[in-house]
Design a protein around this ligand. Structure first.
Ligand SMILES: *Cc1c(COP(=O)(O)O)cnc(C)c1O
Length: 385
């Protein structure tokens, strides 16, 4: 079977073969438990974990002792928000987030509300941005945390993170950001950006699935987070459970490779080529076009088409998605696009295409030709009806 061209790198990326090479020994000869301190099996595993911790930290400008390894960004988000909230709940905490966050953040915020906290879900501008003045206006003396993502997983829209951190700082509020899509794609520097906590995951940057990290800034006063996994007190008692040594080693290697290739313009050039070609189809609109976006994502609304049947036709030749991987199983319009003021109908005929490190010029040419002919045929059929 000839597989379709993969343009869904925001859902997950293939592993870089170099990452797999780094991981393999930790499944086989170096299989030790990183907590086994009495013998060389443990020492070798621990050494791999600590090298990876340095590599992950380096990619985001953190210190290695600020990195907590988890099972992925969802767990990191849960640990950041629930773990932080549990230490603040008795004081009646308030969290400010946005309507365009990933479900991991939205559902965890819903948990906060169900557990005695309050949450403000900020609207965004038509370009998907949080309004800084409105954000500042929402802060009360109960506000403990601002949780705003670094860059959106459906549109690639990058939030004004530095400015948000300055507001958080001014009111002594903790700033947490879900940077899962941004890390490894654009330069992220937790110190320069003023970030207190940051969630990331390996499988969106050519590493393995099932491993991620939470950055927790070391500062005074200390950011208190309650562990969500209890047990062997791993990760300085912030996340118990035997460390996924091969996964962590792969994560570190993936971060190293990402750091070395982050300035490469190839993906941006291909994304722009795809976008410009599809914009030639009458009525198409790029969502979030007028602001800074990640280099690998484009989200396009097509007019006068029926989204569901279009998706079925696309998938024979190109793997794209409507909304995020988590919401594409449902048939609901994307909450991200509707928050940007797009109608339900248009949201259902909007598609996210996300490119990756191994996407070729030939892939993009084929994708352009297939998508264009599908959309144009659909538009014509609708006119004939
Ligand atoms: C993929 C993604 C997540 C979830 O990451 P997992 O590692 O799969 O749990 C969270 N937030 C954003 C923005 C994402 O893109």
């Amino acid at each position: 079977m000839k597989l379709p061209i993969y343009l869904d790198h925001s859902a997950t990326t293939p592993m870089d073969p170099k990452v797999l090479d780094v991981m393999l020994p930790y499944f086989l000869e170096n299989f030790g438990n990183a907590s086994s301190s009495a013998h060389v099996y443990g020492w070798l595993a621990e050494e791999a974990v600590e090298i990876a911790r340095e590599q992950v930290a380096a990619l985001i400008g953190a210190r290695s002792d600020e990195i907590v390894f988890t099972s992925g960004a969802t767990e990191s988000v849960n640990l950041a928000i629930k773990g932080f909230f549990e230490t603040q709940v008795k004081k009646g905490g308030h969290i400010i987030t946005s309507k365009t966050e990933h479900r991991a953040v939205l559902d965890t915020c819903a948990w906060v509300e169900a557990n005695g906290g309050s949450v403000t879900y900020m609207d965004v501008t038509p370009d998907g941005l949080v309004d800084l003045q409105k954000l500042e206006n929402e802060i009360t003396d109960k506000t403990k945390m601002i949780a705003i993502m670094y860059a959106n997983n459906e549109t690639g829209v990058v939030q004004p993170v530095k400015e948000i951190s300055l507001i958080a700082d001014k009111y002594k509020v903790t700033f947490f950001t879900d940077a899962t899509q941004a890390v490894g794609k654009i330069p992220v520097d937790v110190k320069a950006d003023g970030i207190d906590m940051l969630a990331m995951t390996a499988h969106k940057l050519y590493g393995p699935k099932g491993v991620g990290a939470l950055y927790v800034k070391k500062k005074e006063p200390k950011i208190q987070i309650e562990a969500q996994m209890l047990g062997g007190r791993h990760e300085k008692n912030r996340r118990s459970g035997t460390l996924n040594v091969p996964g962590i080693a792969g994560f570190g290697s993936a971060c190293d490779i990402a750091a070395a290739s982050i300035q490469d313009q190839k993906i941006t050039i291909l994304r722009n080529k795809l976008e410009n070609a599809l914009m030639a189809i009458p009525g198409s609109v790029v969502n979030g076009a007028h602001t800074s976006r990640l280099p690998h994502i484009t989200n396009i609304s097509f007019q006068d088409v029926e989204g569901e049947s279009l998706l079925i036709e696309f998938c024979r030749e190109v793997a794209v998605s409507r909304g995020s991987a988590c919401s594409s199983v449902t048939n609901r319009p994307s909450h991200v696009l509707t928050a940007m003021g797009i109608t339900d109908e248009l949201a259902l005929s909007s598609f996210r295409m996300s490119l990756g490190r191994f996407t070729t010029d030939n892939d993009i040419e084929q994708a352009i030709s297939h998508i264009t002919s599908c959309v144009e045929r659909h538009q014509q059929n609708l006119k004939l009806r």
